[in-house]
Design a protein around this ligand. Structure first.
Ligand SMILES: Cc1cc2nc3c(=O)[nH]c(=O)nc-3n(C[C@H](O)[C@H](O)[C@H](O)COP(=O)(O)OP(=O)(O)OC[C@H]3O[C@@H](n4cnc5c(N)ncnc54)[C@H](O)[C@@H]3O)c2cc1C
Length: 403
Protein backbone atom coordinates (compact mmCIF):
# COMPACT_ATOMS: atom_id res chain seq x y z
CA UNK A 1 0.00 0.00 0.00
CA UNK A 2 1.18 3.54 -0.86
CA UNK A 3 2.44 5.37 2.23
CA UNK A 4 1.72 9.10 2.19
CA UNK A 5 4.47 11.26 3.62
CA UNK A 6 1.90 13.43 5.44
CA UNK A 7 -1.86 13.16 5.89
CA UNK A 8 -3.47 16.40 7.10
CA UNK A 9 -6.94 15.98 8.62
CA UNK A 10 -9.14 19.07 8.08
CA UNK A 11 -9.30 21.52 5.16
CA UNK A 12 -9.91 24.53 7.39
CA UNK A 13 -7.42 27.40 7.13
CA UNK A 14 -4.81 25.71 9.35
CA UNK A 15 -4.93 22.33 7.59
CA UNK A 16 -4.77 23.86 4.11
CA UNK A 17 -1.87 26.08 5.13
CA UNK A 18 0.11 23.18 6.65
CA UNK A 19 -0.43 21.27 3.39
CA UNK A 20 0.47 24.25 1.18
CA UNK A 21 3.72 24.99 2.99
CA UNK A 22 4.70 21.30 3.07
CA UNK A 23 3.91 20.88 -0.64
CA UNK A 24 5.98 23.98 -1.43
CA UNK A 25 8.95 22.32 0.29
CA UNK A 26 8.58 19.15 -1.79
CA UNK A 27 6.66 16.99 0.71
CA UNK A 28 3.95 14.67 -0.64
CA UNK A 29 0.77 15.57 1.25
CA UNK A 30 -2.86 14.42 1.31
CA UNK A 31 -5.65 16.45 2.99
CA UNK A 32 -8.82 14.72 4.24
CA UNK A 33 -11.95 16.83 4.76
CA UNK A 34 -15.29 15.68 6.09
CA UNK A 35 -17.32 18.31 4.21
CA UNK A 36 -17.82 18.30 0.43
CA UNK A 37 -16.08 21.71 0.02
CA UNK A 38 -14.40 24.41 2.11
CA UNK A 39 -16.90 25.71 4.67
CA UNK A 40 -18.67 29.08 4.91
CA UNK A 41 -17.33 30.23 8.25
CA UNK A 42 -18.22 33.51 9.93
CA UNK A 43 -15.69 33.17 12.71
CA UNK A 44 -12.23 34.69 12.26
CA UNK A 45 -11.89 38.00 10.50
CA UNK A 46 -8.82 39.85 11.83
CA UNK A 47 -5.27 39.12 10.72
CA UNK A 48 -2.30 40.49 12.66
CA UNK A 49 1.05 41.73 11.21
CA UNK A 50 3.17 38.58 11.91
CA UNK A 51 0.52 36.43 10.20
CA UNK A 52 0.69 38.62 7.08
CA UNK A 53 4.50 38.44 7.18
CA UNK A 54 4.43 34.63 7.35
CA UNK A 55 1.91 34.26 4.53
CA UNK A 56 3.70 36.70 2.19
CA UNK A 57 6.31 34.24 0.75
CA UNK A 58 3.43 31.91 -0.23
CA UNK A 59 1.74 34.70 -2.21
CA UNK A 60 -1.24 34.50 0.16
CA UNK A 61 -0.85 37.96 1.73
CA UNK A 62 -1.02 39.71 -1.66
CA UNK A 63 -4.18 37.78 -2.52
CA UNK A 64 -5.71 38.65 0.89
CA UNK A 65 -4.82 42.34 0.54
CA UNK A 66 -6.63 42.52 -2.79
CA UNK A 67 -9.98 41.66 -1.17
CA UNK A 68 -9.37 42.52 2.50
CA UNK A 69 -9.77 45.77 4.44
CA UNK A 70 -6.69 47.47 5.90
CA UNK A 71 -7.37 48.65 9.46
CA UNK A 72 -4.49 50.89 10.66
CA UNK A 73 -6.38 52.28 13.68
CA UNK A 74 -8.53 50.51 16.28
CA UNK A 75 -10.25 51.80 19.40
CA UNK A 76 -10.85 51.02 23.06
CA UNK A 77 -14.27 52.44 23.93
CA UNK A 78 -16.76 52.26 26.79
CA UNK A 79 -20.51 52.29 26.44
CA UNK A 80 -20.93 55.08 28.97
CA UNK A 81 -17.68 57.02 28.55
CA UNK A 82 -17.30 56.79 24.75
CA UNK A 83 -13.80 56.79 23.26
CA UNK A 84 -11.03 55.85 25.74
CA UNK A 85 -8.03 55.36 23.42
CA UNK A 86 -7.30 55.18 19.72
CA UNK A 87 -4.48 52.81 18.73
CA UNK A 88 -2.65 53.90 15.59
CA UNK A 89 -0.54 50.97 14.42
CA UNK A 90 1.65 53.07 12.13
CA UNK A 91 3.96 53.37 15.16
CA UNK A 92 4.99 49.75 14.33
CA UNK A 93 6.33 50.69 10.88
CA UNK A 94 9.93 49.83 11.87
CA UNK A 95 8.78 46.54 13.46
CA UNK A 96 6.80 45.09 10.56
CA UNK A 97 6.13 45.74 6.87
CA UNK A 98 2.41 45.37 7.73
CA UNK A 99 1.66 47.95 10.49
CA UNK A 100 -2.11 47.34 10.46
CA UNK A 101 -4.75 44.67 10.99
CA UNK A 102 -6.25 43.12 7.88
CA UNK A 103 -9.95 42.27 8.01
CA UNK A 104 -11.03 39.37 5.81
CA UNK A 105 -13.66 36.71 6.35
CA UNK A 106 -12.19 33.28 7.19
CA UNK A 107 -14.28 31.66 4.44
CA UNK A 108 -12.61 33.93 1.87
CA UNK A 109 -9.11 32.87 2.96
CA UNK A 110 -9.68 29.11 2.55
CA UNK A 111 -10.41 29.29 -1.24
CA UNK A 112 -7.15 31.26 -1.70
CA UNK A 113 -5.21 28.53 0.14
CA UNK A 114 -7.00 25.73 -1.71
CA UNK A 115 -6.32 27.25 -5.12
CA UNK A 116 -2.60 27.62 -4.35
CA UNK A 117 -2.41 24.10 -2.90
CA UNK A 118 -4.06 22.36 -5.85
CA UNK A 119 -1.42 23.86 -8.17
CA UNK A 120 1.11 21.41 -6.61
CA UNK A 121 1.23 17.93 -8.17
CA UNK A 122 2.55 16.51 -4.86
CA UNK A 123 -0.64 17.63 -3.04
CA UNK A 124 -4.06 16.02 -3.00
CA UNK A 125 -7.27 17.21 -1.28
CA UNK A 126 -10.00 14.63 -0.65
CA UNK A 127 -13.35 16.22 0.26
CA UNK A 128 -16.20 14.10 1.71
CA UNK A 129 -13.57 11.95 3.46
CA UNK A 130 -14.20 11.61 7.19
CA UNK A 131 -11.36 10.68 9.52
CA UNK A 132 -12.69 8.08 11.97
CA UNK A 133 -9.63 6.76 13.79
CA UNK A 134 -5.92 5.97 13.79
CA UNK A 135 -3.36 3.55 15.17
CA UNK A 136 0.38 4.10 15.27
CA UNK A 137 3.39 1.84 14.80
CA UNK A 138 7.05 2.96 15.03
CA UNK A 139 7.17 3.23 11.18
CA UNK A 140 3.82 4.74 10.23
CA UNK A 141 0.28 5.76 11.16
CA UNK A 142 -2.73 3.82 9.91
CA UNK A 143 -5.71 6.14 9.32
CA UNK A 144 -9.30 4.91 8.99
CA UNK A 145 -11.44 7.04 6.69
CA UNK A 146 -15.13 6.92 5.72
CA UNK A 147 -16.03 7.83 2.15
CA UNK A 148 -19.45 7.18 0.56
CA UNK A 149 -20.39 4.80 3.39
CA UNK A 150 -17.22 2.74 2.77
CA UNK A 151 -14.41 2.48 5.28
CA UNK A 152 -10.89 2.60 3.87
CA UNK A 153 -7.44 2.50 5.44
CA UNK A 154 -4.66 4.93 4.47
CA UNK A 155 -1.06 4.87 5.65
CA UNK A 156 1.12 7.89 6.39
CA UNK A 157 4.53 8.59 7.87
CA UNK A 158 3.06 11.56 9.73
CA UNK A 159 -0.46 12.81 10.52
CA UNK A 160 -1.39 16.42 11.30
CA UNK A 161 -4.68 16.92 13.13
CA UNK A 162 -6.02 20.30 11.96
CA UNK A 163 -9.58 19.15 12.47
CA UNK A 164 -10.92 21.90 14.76
CA UNK A 165 -11.78 22.17 18.46
CA UNK A 166 -13.59 18.82 18.68
CA UNK A 167 -10.62 17.14 16.92
CA UNK A 168 -11.28 13.42 16.40
CA UNK A 169 -7.52 13.11 15.70
CA UNK A 170 -6.67 14.50 19.15
CA UNK A 171 -9.14 12.08 20.76
CA UNK A 172 -7.83 9.08 18.76
CA UNK A 173 -4.28 9.94 19.85
CA UNK A 174 -5.46 10.00 23.50
CA UNK A 175 -4.41 13.63 24.07
CA UNK A 176 -6.28 15.55 26.83
CA UNK A 177 -7.76 18.99 26.14
CA UNK A 178 -7.34 20.79 29.45
CA UNK A 179 -9.28 23.96 30.30
CA UNK A 180 -12.87 25.12 30.56
CA UNK A 181 -15.94 26.37 28.71
CA UNK A 182 -17.42 29.81 29.55
CA UNK A 183 -21.05 29.72 30.76
CA UNK A 184 -22.14 32.41 28.28
CA UNK A 185 -22.27 32.02 24.48
CA UNK A 186 -21.25 34.64 21.96
CA UNK A 187 -23.44 35.88 19.16
CA UNK A 188 -22.02 37.25 15.90
CA UNK A 189 -24.31 39.61 13.96
CA UNK A 190 -23.65 41.47 10.68
CA UNK A 191 -25.53 44.51 9.41
CA UNK A 192 -25.27 46.81 6.39
CA UNK A 193 -25.73 49.80 8.74
CA UNK A 194 -22.58 51.96 8.70
CA UNK A 195 -21.22 52.93 12.14
CA UNK A 196 -18.29 55.03 10.94
CA UNK A 197 -20.36 58.27 11.06
CA UNK A 198 -20.75 57.64 14.83
CA UNK A 199 -16.98 57.88 15.26
CA UNK A 200 -16.31 54.15 15.33
CA UNK A 201 -13.01 52.96 13.83
CA UNK A 202 -13.21 49.83 11.66
CA UNK A 203 -12.37 47.81 14.77
CA UNK A 204 -13.56 48.87 18.24
CA UNK A 205 -13.86 47.07 21.59
CA UNK A 206 -16.62 48.62 23.73
CA UNK A 207 -16.61 47.74 27.43
CA UNK A 208 -19.75 47.50 29.55
CA UNK A 209 -20.62 45.39 32.62
CA UNK A 210 -23.85 44.19 31.01
CA UNK A 211 -23.38 44.40 27.26
CA UNK A 212 -19.86 44.71 25.94
CA UNK A 213 -19.48 44.65 22.15
CA UNK A 214 -16.62 44.05 19.71
CA UNK A 215 -17.19 45.82 16.36
CA UNK A 216 -15.46 44.94 13.09
CA UNK A 217 -16.06 46.38 9.66
CA UNK A 218 -15.69 43.45 7.27
CA UNK A 219 -14.93 43.78 3.56
CA UNK A 220 -17.73 41.41 2.42
CA UNK A 221 -17.94 41.66 -1.39
CA UNK A 222 -16.61 45.23 -1.54
CA UNK A 223 -17.15 48.76 -0.19
CA UNK A 224 -18.90 49.75 2.03
CA UNK A 225 -18.70 46.21 3.47
CA UNK A 226 -20.64 44.95 6.48
CA UNK A 227 -20.42 45.82 10.18
CA UNK A 228 -20.08 42.79 12.40
CA UNK A 229 -20.61 42.78 16.16
CA UNK A 230 -19.72 40.06 18.65
CA UNK A 231 -21.70 40.15 21.91
CA UNK A 232 -22.02 37.88 24.94
CA UNK A 233 -25.34 36.12 25.49
CA UNK A 234 -26.42 35.03 28.96
CA UNK A 235 -28.05 31.74 29.91
CA UNK A 236 -31.46 33.44 30.26
CA UNK A 237 -31.82 33.45 26.45
CA UNK A 238 -32.22 30.42 24.19
CA UNK A 239 -30.33 30.21 20.87
CA UNK A 240 -33.66 30.66 19.10
CA UNK A 241 -34.34 33.97 20.92
CA UNK A 242 -30.84 35.22 20.18
CA UNK A 243 -31.13 34.40 16.49
CA UNK A 244 -34.32 36.47 16.21
CA UNK A 245 -33.34 39.74 14.40
CA UNK A 246 -35.32 41.66 17.03
CA UNK A 247 -32.82 40.59 19.69
CA UNK A 248 -29.88 41.88 17.62
CA UNK A 249 -31.81 45.07 16.89
CA UNK A 250 -32.42 45.74 20.57
CA UNK A 251 -28.67 45.34 21.25
CA UNK A 252 -27.77 47.76 18.44
CA UNK A 253 -30.39 50.24 19.74
CA UNK A 254 -29.01 50.08 23.27
CA UNK A 255 -25.35 50.26 22.29
CA UNK A 256 -25.81 53.04 19.75
CA UNK A 257 -28.46 54.79 21.86
CA UNK A 258 -30.98 54.95 19.03
CA UNK A 259 -34.79 54.94 19.43
CA UNK A 260 -36.72 51.65 19.32
CA UNK A 261 -38.11 52.36 15.86
CA UNK A 262 -34.64 52.41 14.21
CA UNK A 263 -34.23 49.07 12.43
CA UNK A 264 -30.78 47.68 11.60
CA UNK A 265 -30.81 45.43 8.50
CA UNK A 266 -29.40 42.09 9.70
CA UNK A 267 -27.46 40.05 7.13
CA UNK A 268 -25.98 37.17 9.22
CA UNK A 269 -26.42 35.86 12.74
CA UNK A 270 -24.87 32.94 14.60
CA UNK A 271 -24.27 31.75 18.17
CA UNK A 272 -21.14 30.00 19.48
CA UNK A 273 -19.95 28.35 22.67
CA UNK A 274 -16.58 29.71 23.79
CA UNK A 275 -13.75 27.80 25.46
CA UNK A 276 -10.25 28.24 26.89
CA UNK A 277 -8.47 24.93 26.36
CA UNK A 278 -4.98 23.74 25.41
CA UNK A 279 -4.01 20.18 24.47
CA UNK A 280 -1.60 18.74 27.03
CA UNK A 281 0.65 17.59 24.15
CA UNK A 282 0.93 18.91 20.59
CA UNK A 283 2.75 15.71 19.54
CA UNK A 284 2.11 12.05 20.16
CA UNK A 285 4.88 10.19 18.27
CA UNK A 286 3.86 10.50 14.58
CA UNK A 287 0.71 12.53 15.23
CA UNK A 288 0.89 16.35 15.50
CA UNK A 289 -1.80 18.90 16.35
CA UNK A 290 -2.15 22.45 15.00
CA UNK A 291 -4.76 25.23 15.20
CA UNK A 292 -8.03 24.74 17.09
CA UNK A 293 -7.35 21.02 17.56
CA UNK A 294 -4.44 22.10 19.81
CA UNK A 295 -5.92 25.19 21.47
CA UNK A 296 -9.10 27.26 21.63
CA UNK A 297 -9.73 30.66 23.21
CA UNK A 298 -12.33 33.42 23.29
CA UNK A 299 -12.16 35.69 20.21
CA UNK A 300 -11.31 38.96 22.06
CA UNK A 301 -8.05 40.11 20.53
CA UNK A 302 -8.42 37.96 17.38
CA UNK A 303 -5.77 35.42 18.43
CA UNK A 304 -7.40 32.06 17.55
CA UNK A 305 -6.80 31.63 13.85
CA UNK A 306 -3.73 33.86 13.90
CA UNK A 307 -2.06 31.54 16.40
CA UNK A 308 -3.25 28.52 14.37
CA UNK A 309 -1.50 30.00 11.32
CA UNK A 310 1.63 30.56 13.43
CA UNK A 311 1.46 26.85 14.43
CA UNK A 312 1.04 25.78 10.81
CA UNK A 313 4.12 27.70 9.61
CA UNK A 314 6.27 26.59 12.55
CA UNK A 315 5.24 22.93 12.14
CA UNK A 316 5.50 22.72 8.34
CA UNK A 317 9.03 24.15 8.44
CA UNK A 318 10.19 21.58 11.02
CA UNK A 319 8.33 18.61 9.55
CA UNK A 320 9.76 19.33 6.07
CA UNK A 321 13.27 19.47 7.60
CA UNK A 322 12.65 16.04 9.17
CA UNK A 323 11.20 14.48 5.99
CA UNK A 324 13.23 16.16 3.23
CA UNK A 325 16.54 16.90 4.96
CA UNK A 326 16.56 13.93 7.35
CA UNK A 327 16.88 16.07 10.49
CA UNK A 328 16.06 14.58 13.89
CA UNK A 329 12.42 14.08 14.99
CA UNK A 330 13.48 15.98 18.14
CA UNK A 331 12.69 19.12 16.10
CA UNK A 332 9.00 18.24 16.45
CA UNK A 333 9.28 18.40 20.23
CA UNK A 334 10.67 21.90 19.78
CA UNK A 335 7.49 22.73 17.81
CA UNK A 336 5.47 21.65 20.85
CA UNK A 337 7.64 23.58 23.30
CA UNK A 338 7.50 26.79 21.26
CA UNK A 339 3.87 26.82 20.28
CA UNK A 340 2.36 25.36 23.45
CA UNK A 341 4.29 27.80 25.66
CA UNK A 342 3.21 30.91 23.77
CA UNK A 343 -0.34 29.68 23.62
CA UNK A 344 -0.48 29.22 27.38
CA UNK A 345 1.44 32.36 28.33
CA UNK A 346 0.19 34.68 25.67
CA UNK A 347 -2.97 33.67 23.79
CA UNK A 348 -4.81 32.18 26.77
CA UNK A 349 -3.67 34.75 29.30
CA UNK A 350 -4.35 37.85 27.18
CA UNK A 351 -7.65 36.70 25.67
CA UNK A 352 -8.96 35.98 29.21
CA UNK A 353 -7.70 39.36 30.41
CA UNK A 354 -9.35 41.11 27.43
CA UNK A 355 -12.66 39.47 28.33
CA UNK A 356 -12.43 40.47 32.00
CA UNK A 357 -11.53 44.04 31.05
CA UNK A 358 -14.54 44.41 28.76
CA UNK A 359 -17.03 43.04 31.30
CA UNK A 360 -15.54 44.57 34.50
CA UNK A 361 -18.37 45.76 36.78
CA UNK A 362 -16.48 47.47 39.64
CA UNK A 363 -16.66 51.26 38.89
CA UNK A 364 -13.30 51.90 40.60
CA UNK A 365 -11.47 49.20 38.63
CA UNK A 366 -13.13 50.42 35.43
CA UNK A 367 -11.92 53.99 35.98
CA UNK A 368 -8.42 52.77 36.86
CA UNK A 369 -8.30 50.81 33.61
CA UNK A 370 -9.45 53.79 31.55
CA UNK A 371 -6.78 55.95 33.20
CA UNK A 372 -4.15 53.28 32.50
CA UNK A 373 -5.14 52.97 28.82
CA UNK A 374 -5.04 56.77 28.39
CA UNK A 375 -1.61 56.89 30.05
CA UNK A 376 -0.22 54.10 27.84
CA UNK A 377 -1.64 55.82 24.77
CA UNK A 378 -0.11 59.19 25.67
CA UNK A 379 3.52 57.98 25.53
CA UNK A 380 5.09 56.81 22.27
CA UNK A 381 7.24 54.20 24.05
CA UNK A 382 4.44 52.60 26.05
CA UNK A 383 2.02 52.81 23.09
CA UNK A 384 4.49 50.91 20.90
CA UNK A 385 5.04 48.29 23.64
CA UNK A 386 1.27 47.84 24.03
CA UNK A 387 0.82 47.37 20.27
CA UNK A 388 3.76 44.93 20.03
CA UNK A 389 1.82 42.70 22.42
CA UNK A 390 -1.71 43.14 21.02
CA UNK A 391 -0.49 42.63 17.43
CA UNK A 392 1.21 39.32 18.42
CA UNK A 393 4.69 40.50 17.33
CA UNK A 394 6.05 39.79 20.80
CA UNK A 395 4.49 36.30 20.88
CA UNK A 396 6.49 35.31 17.79
CA UNK A 397 9.71 36.72 19.27
CA UNK A 398 9.00 34.74 22.45
CA UNK A 399 8.32 31.47 20.55
CA UNK A 400 11.53 31.86 18.51
CA UNK A 401 13.55 32.39 21.70
CA UNK A 402 12.52 28.96 23.09
CA UNK A 403 14.97 26.17 22.30
C1 LIG B 1 -17.07 34.17 17.16
C2 LIG B 1 -15.66 33.84 16.77
C3 LIG B 1 -14.87 34.83 16.22
C4 LIG B 1 -13.53 34.58 15.92
N1 LIG B 1 -12.76 35.60 15.44
C5 LIG B 1 -11.44 35.40 15.24
C6 LIG B 1 -10.58 36.45 14.75
O1 LIG B 1 -11.02 37.58 14.48
N2 LIG B 1 -9.25 36.18 14.57
C7 LIG B 1 -8.76 34.92 14.82
O2 LIG B 1 -7.54 34.73 14.67
N3 LIG B 1 -9.55 33.87 15.22
C8 LIG B 1 -10.87 34.08 15.44
N4 LIG B 1 -11.66 33.03 15.82
C9 LIG B 1 -11.10 31.67 15.93
C10 LIG B 1 -11.00 30.96 14.55
O3 LIG B 1 -12.24 30.96 13.90
C11 LIG B 1 -10.46 29.54 14.70
O4 LIG B 1 -9.29 29.60 15.48
C12 LIG B 1 -10.17 28.88 13.32
O5 LIG B 1 -11.34 28.54 12.64
C13 LIG B 1 -9.32 27.62 13.49
O6 LIG B 1 -9.01 27.07 12.23
P1 LIG B 1 -8.69 25.52 12.09
O7 LIG B 1 -8.34 25.31 10.65
O8 LIG B 1 -7.75 25.10 13.16
O9 LIG B 1 -10.07 24.77 12.45
P2 LIG B 1 -11.49 24.83 11.69
O10 LIG B 1 -11.67 26.13 11.00
O11 LIG B 1 -12.47 24.43 12.71
O12 LIG B 1 -11.32 23.70 10.57
C14 LIG B 1 -11.34 22.31 10.90
C15 LIG B 1 -11.70 21.51 9.65
O13 LIG B 1 -11.63 20.12 9.99
C16 LIG B 1 -12.75 19.44 9.42
N5 LIG B 1 -13.02 18.21 10.17
C17 LIG B 1 -13.51 18.10 11.42
N6 LIG B 1 -13.65 16.81 11.76
C18 LIG B 1 -13.20 16.08 10.70
C19 LIG B 1 -13.09 14.67 10.43
N7 LIG B 1 -13.48 13.75 11.32
N8 LIG B 1 -12.58 14.28 9.24
C20 LIG B 1 -12.17 15.21 8.30
N9 LIG B 1 -12.29 16.54 8.49
C21 LIG B 1 -12.77 16.96 9.68
C22 LIG B 1 -13.87 20.47 9.53
O14 LIG B 1 -14.96 20.19 8.66
C23 LIG B 1 -13.14 21.77 9.18
O15 LIG B 1 -13.15 22.03 7.79
C24 LIG B 1 -12.99 33.26 16.14
C25 LIG B 1 -13.81 32.26 16.64
C26 LIG B 1 -15.11 32.53 16.97
C27 LIG B 1 -15.96 31.43 17.56
Amino acid sequence: MNIHQVIVVGAGPVGLLCALDLARQGVQVCVLELEHSTTLDLRAGTFHPPTLEMLAPLGVTDAMMQIGLKVPVWQSRDLQEGLIAEWDMSILQDDTPYPFRLHLEQHRLTPILLEKLTAYSNAQVLFSHEFIGLTQSPEHVSVRVKHQEQEVELLAQWVIGADGGKSPVRKSAGIEFDGYTWPERYSVVSTTHDFSHLGYADNAYVSDPEQWVAFFRMPDLGPPGLWRMTIPVGQAHTDEEVLDPQYANSVFQRVLQTPADVVYPIVHQSVYRVHQRVANRFRSERVLLAGDSAHVNNPLGGFGLNSGIHDAMNLSDKLARVIVQGESCELLNLYERQRKSVNMEYVQEISIKNKHNLEEADPKIRQERFAQLRKINASETSRREYLLVSSMINSIKKANSIC
